[in-house]
Design a protein. Sequence first.
Length: 134
Amino acid sequence: MYNAVGIDASKFKSTITVIQPAGVVIRKPFDVLHTSDELNTLITYLQSLEGETRAVIECTGRYHEPVAKSLSEAGIFISAVNPKLIKGQKQNSLHKVKSDPADARKIARYALDNWAELRQYSSMDTTREQLKNT
């Protein structure tokens, strides 16, 4: 069983949802503050899921770094993806909805659709980005 975790990161919190193939919702969108306690609770929850779990987070400035780093260090597969790739994801709706829960669902669908091609985040991603900006 595949668990696709979509994470929409903002400055102080992330909105997260978990879906499985065929759009089965395992966990409706919920918010996690970027504190060690809440990130540890998220890690425990994701580790409790049965089957293979992969998380995708948009690279939005540096907001994604605390979540990506925490999940990666806990041994959870996390992929940091350019938002332009996710924005190109097809919409299943005629309405353009812009909200954190909707974005988290779209990111989770992206994870399912690109499961085999997802590149695992590493701490070197942050180092490369810092070097590029100097």
